[in-house]
Write a protein that binds this ligand. Sequence first.
Ligand SMILES: Cc1cc2nc3c(=O)[nH]c(=O)nc-3n(C[C@H](O)[C@H](O)[C@H](O)COP(=O)(O)OP(=O)(O)OC[C@H]3O[C@@H](n4cnc5c(N)ncnc54)[C@H](O)[C@@H]3O)c2cc1C
Length: 504
Amino acid sequence: MAGVGLAGCGPTSAGSNASQEDVAGYAPEEVVETIDADIAVVGLGMSGLAAAVQAGCNGDAVVGLEATNVTGGNGIGVEGIFAVGTELQKAAGIEIDPVEVVRTELEEAQMVTDGALWSRFVRASGDNVSWLIEQGVKFSGVVDDYLGSGIVSGFHWFEGNVASTGYIPQMTERAKVLGVDIRMETTAKKLIKEGGKVTGLYAQRKDGKAIRINAKAVILATGGYAQSQEFMEERGFNWENVIYGGTPGHNGDGLKMAFEVGARSFVKNSTFNCTNICGRGDTFAWKADPFTSIFCGAGMFGTGGNQLWVNQDAARFINENFAAANFEMQSVPAMTHRALYSVFDRAILETAFAQDPESLERIDSINEPDLAVADTLEEAAAHFELDAAALQASVDRYNELCEAKADADFGKPAELMDPIKTPPYYIAKLNQYYLMSVGGIECDINAQALDEAKRPIEGLYAVGTDGCMLYRNIYTINVGGTCNGNNVNSGRTAANHAHSTITS
Ligand SMILES: Cc1cc2nc3c(=O)[nH]c(=O)nc-3n(C[C@H](O)[C@H](O)[C@H](O)COP(=O)(O)OP(=O)(O)OC[C@H]3O[C@@H](n4cnc5c(N)ncnc54)[C@H](O)[C@@H]3O)c2cc1C
């Protein structure tokens, strides 16, 4: 996840940021089939599969809708899941105090997230993994802190290090065995609300015909809004700079349907997985493009380190090493500025690639519109229509601070203050390589969608990335795998809560 992407993989690829037909304002013309169910699950990715299987285990009559031709959603790239107190951890001698995780997460979110939700989630996480194993999910046995970037060893790797091997086939099969009525290539379009309660939905089949599902509860699990320009802009991203790296089918359908029936938006508070990269490409694929594979994501140039970052005004604005503790932070300034640029010189580049002369050679032969290489800063600035005088002033000031070995402006560690004075000069535009949104529909601790007055909307749940309430502003990936932990936990929570209301 630190550097991979999925565009081009999985279901029929839509390419770049393309969005499929909108659900907003949908009106079914001819309903050709009506299904009566206890629970309808919308989206059969990571969280939808967990919800469908749990509901099936509870003995409920379940319909599962999936818009694409495969189950799994973005899960085809998911590597593992967070948990505390599992048998796998015990076997590896790993002990984690749950309260440490809860405390850390709340502090990182400046206490604005729900501590009761975190506590319940962390304490249920071990049982969730045991339950997954009972359902047939396979783990590799390795538990660690996720790529050496984490603060606890809670990351449980799936077999084959990916959910498309260890989770998706097993959970899909389990859902079938439990009798879940799985409808592939069937897109949920509109919720039905009667007497203040959600009582079902309309969906569209591949042949364009409408079906109606009457259900006592609807669980939305559509995987967020990464491909929706409207929501991405609402969150603060500059759509022009966004390159989508997930699978097709993440148009914010769940959010749009929920908002139509009065659910409260969490889009402005939602988080994401997004790294900075230099370079673009409609069929961007990790490692396929030599430029992006060198300059990508969690690696050196996207994260800042010893380069100088400037914005659209050619002004420096940050300690460029700010994302060292949590690589998810690197794209946060993209929501404050119209564009981000990394400025460096030949000496910085050669030092960075001292052990990798082959890559250095590849950079020299790159013809990439988002990279300027020039003998003067003025020429490099002209490539991006940056103010050359402002850029020169920013570089001069930066070099002065490097000389003094103290970043009096933004406090970057002295050892990362390398002057920019050896031509050629480089400016790389930092685009936002966006994998998925996290959160969007405001929910309570039971995964019930809330209305504007923060009261649960009866019969409506949002799980996984559609309804994640664990974070604010930043995805705390330094406790690795909690997003997927929440997929399973919220899916199970919603199914169990719906079951209790159905049977009460
Ligand atoms: C490359 C990648 C790697 C990741 N790795 C990890 C990891 O290792 N650990 C971790 O914790 N998190 C990880 N995540 C984050 C997160 O766990 C995943 O994004 C996960 O797939 C989210 O699950 P979900 O159920 O919310 O959405 P998804 O799994 O994406 O499922 C949503 C499903 O809903 C379907 N859908 C959408 N609209 C409709 C509609 N109208 N009707 C019917 N179906 C619809 C979609 O087609 C899709 O199948 C990763 C994300 C990515 C992109």
